[in-house]
Design a protein around this ligand. Structure first.
Ligand SMILES: [Zn+2]
Length: 319
């Protein structure tokens, strides 16, 4: 009887020890787990007030190094809206935030477009020499320029069928234009090249003429300064309707045809309506840039300008 009691007592003791071990292990395990959790980005980001939803976006879009940098900064309620934008470029992050701070009436996605095309810098202030490896995709605008003596390769003279006299342009562009011209013709439109390749000196004359007539501000609105004209690339054309040769190309049926079809032949409307703040140019329904079919198609589908395309798809890849 006594022996039995002793055995019972011993069993109880063992049980208590066993339970204690379990409690300590569980506690230790929990402490260890807490320690591990505190090392995670989720925990660290929560500490500076990002929500779980925002953290999910941050972890999707940022690499570790980028999150480490973010952790040194204060919470920003606009951050995840910015980084989930399709055209977000990491290197521009601080510029987006600064610009938005100073221009709160502008939509965030618009801010991203503007910064991507350098609109937080004044035109012609810090000119960048354009040097994209593929000539056809060189960006020339109020920020990017071509040297005075830059002359494109494969410039050929056009014939009377497709253009007015004294025009020349890049051969590939000209071939594509002939394809476009023939397709338009079948649909009942005769669209001719009015102006194409222009060298530096000629562009200089054009701009100076306008400057003398209207002053610098107006001249800049309607014409590029020498070195900054897309016409110097040899890949740009100004067109006109053969039966309606005036400044109103935008009012013609031919323009509607161009708007719907030019991209199929590799051309894009370079200075669209409602994109003046992005391109820095007034709407020019007559000015088209050749970029090849694939890219023209993409620009058309995404409804972006070449400036935006270049920043997001070409320049980002270089940097
Ligand atoms: Zn033009």
């Amino acid at each position: 009887m006594k022996k039995k009691l002793k055995i019972k007592k011993q069993a109880k003791k063992k049980l208590i020890i066993f339970i204690l071990i379990i409690i300590i292990s569980v506690g230790g395990f929990k402490l260890f787990n807490d320690y591990l959790y505190r090392q995670t980005y989720e925990y660290k980001l929560l500490q500076i007030n990002y929500s779980l939803n925002e953290i999910k976006i941050i972890e999707e879009e940022f690499n570790d190094k980028q999150i480490d940098t973010l952790l040194t900064k204060e919470y920003n309620p606009n951050l995840t809206k910015i980084i989930s934008d399709k055209y977000f470029i990491y290197n521009n992050l601080n510029r987006y935030l600064n610009y938005y701070n100073e221009n709160k009436d502008i939509d965030l996605n618009k801010v991203i477009s503007l910064i991507n095309v350098n609109r937080d810098n004044a035109f012609y202030e810090k000119p960048i020499k354009t040097n994209y490896k593929d000539e056809k995709l060189m960006l020339v605008n109020k920020y990017y320029y071509l040297d005075k003596d830059y002359e494109p390769e494969n410039i050929i003279t056009t014939t009377g069928t497709y253009s007015y006299a004294n025009n020349s342009l890049n051969e590939e562009t000209y071939n594509a234009y002939q394809e476009l011209y023939n397709a338009a013709k079948i649909d009942g439109h005769t669209i001719l090249i009015v102006s194409s390749y222009r060298n530096f000196e000629y562009q200089e004359e054009l701009w100076n003429e306008r400057k003398e007539l209207y002053g610098t501000r107006k001249a800049d609105e309607y014409a590029a300064r020498a070195g900054h004209s897309e016409h110097q690339t040899g890949y740009a054309v100004d067109v006109a309707d053969f039966y309606d040769v005036n400044d109103k190309f935008g009012d013609t049926e031919s323009y509607i045809w161009m708007k719907e079809n030019a991209h199929k032949y590799g051309f894009i409307l370079r200075y669209p309506k409602d994109k003046e703040d992005i391109t820095g140019y007034s709407y020019e329904p007559w000015h088209y840039r050749y970029v090849g079919k694939e890219i023209a198609n993409k620009i058309y589908q995404e409804n972006i300008t070449f400036d935006e395309y270049y920043a997001y798809y070409l320049d980002k890849e270089v940097n």
